[in-house]
Design a protein around this ligand. Structure first.
Ligand code: GDD
Ligand code: MN
Length: 362
């Protein structure tokens, strides 16, 4: 077959598949939720803050949770620190002593074994009916974030809820915000259809009994938040991103690319270990599409470029140049960057899964 034709097909599929999924997702967005929310539903809640060297953030994070408009006697806060070297645990303990009206426990692991292991240690002791995880370096701008999150869990069909994300700052070339818009539409659409396979550790709430049933957080998958949600969805429960729940996440200025690649590594680990056939029927097209888009689709772009370069005919080279020129447009640059992160992540996963990762400065 003519390399030019091959390249054109690859490019068409590379851009066509996500576009088709996005168009389909927009249709799902019009569906009713079919969820009975209840903002008066206030089960006991355990909020877990896993920390590794978060001295800069821990007090503000504790304030964030403390400020929540939620019955205080129903709220347990657990900081689980894995041998931080910057005094995070001491700061948390001091904060707890200064706020005797809050039920704050500080668990100190003698050794750092990663976030998932730390979360599992708290799952054994949590007294809440709902188990909420939140990163130390993110903020809940809504005072009723917790109430909104658990309101979805009032419905017996919903097993897990997560927030949508807003970055505090853009990454290089405004990449972060552009990427998030498209991304949030997909999370909401998937949630309306059944469940989204991508959850956010900034605020992820699970029914504690379901977490215990699936055996807690898997130690060999970095995306602990997403993978547990998908497992709960595989049990037949909805796992949704709530349309009215927002978290603000800090974006690292210095190591932005490194950060994106590591997170992509974790997502790929999750998708590789989430079989489509084990999901309930309404979830299957979602998983199939997301697995394809994360694991395979990015590679069609360099394959097309190689085919064009190999053809080396004037039309092929002109097409290659046109492809490169589109990088001048921000949306395309954002897209291309995401593809690069996914490919770099796949390669890096072969060597190191980054299950215990470097703390990047935010
Ligand atoms: N206890 C404990 N032990 N906590 C840890 C460890 C650990 O070994 N490693 C990281 N954490 C904590 C951090 O202190 C932070 O509160 C949270 O886990 C997330 O880690 P970050 O270093 O801030 O990573 P991120 O901003 O990229 O986080 C995102 O991606 C992760 C997976 O790649 C979030 O979505 C996380 O929830 C997600 O786990
Ligand atoms: Mn973070």
């Amino acid at each position: 077959m003519d390399p030019l034709a091959v390249a054109l097909v690859l490019v068409a599929v590379h851009f066509g598949a996500p576009l088709a999924y996005y168009v389909e997702a927009k249709r799902w967005l019009k569906r009713p939720w079919d969820v009975e929310r209840d903002l008066q539903h206030t089960p006991t809640v355990t909020v877990v803050i896993p920390t590794y060297n978060e001295a800069r953030h821990i007090e503000e994070k504790l304030e964030d949770v403390y400020r929540q408009d939620y019955p205080r006697y129903k709220l347990e806060i657990i900081v689980v620190d894995s041998a931080s070297t910057d005094g995070t645990a001491e700061k948390a303990r001091r904060w707890a002593a200064a706020h005797p009206d809050a039920d704050v426990k500080v668990v100190e692991e003698p050794q750092r074994r990663g976030k998932a292991a730390a979360l599992n240690a708290t799952l054994a002791m949590a007294r809440g009916e709902v188990f909420v995880i939140t990163d130390a370096d993110c903020r809940w701008p809504q005072r009723d974030a917790l109430r909104r999150a658990v309101s979805w869990l009032a419905d017996p069909s919903v097993g897990a809820v997560t927030c949508l994300k807003k970055p505090t700052a853009d990454g290089p070339a405004g990449v972060e915000a552009g990427y998030r818009d498209h991304y949030n539409v997909l999370r909401l659409a998937e949630s309306r259809r059944w469940a989204t396979p991508i959850f956010h550790g900034e605020l992820a709430a699970y029914k504690t009994e379901l977490l215990r049933k699936i055996g807690g957080f898997l130690l060999d998958i970095g995306a602990d938040d997403s993978h547990t949600a998908a497992k709960i969805a595989a049990m037949g429960y909805r796992a949704v991103a709530a349309e009215d729940l927002w978290c603000v996440e800090a974006v690292p200025h210095n190591s932005y690319h490194k950060w994106r690649v590591r997170r992509a590594q974790h997502l790929l680990q999750h998708f590789l270990k989430t079989p489509v056939e084990e999901a309930p029927p309404p979830m299957q097209p979602i998983l199939l599409a997301e697995k394809y888009l994360h694991l395979a689709n990015p590679w069609l772009l360099p394959a097309a470029a190689i085919a064009l370069a190999a053809a080396a005919t004037p039309p092929a080279l002109a097409l290659l140049a046109a492809g490169a020129a589109t990088l001048a447009f921000k949306p395309y640059r954002t897209w291309a960057a995401a593809q690069l992160y996914l490919m770099a992540a796949a390669v890096k996963n072969l060597r190191d899964k980054e299950l215990v990762w470097e703390k990047l400065d935010k």
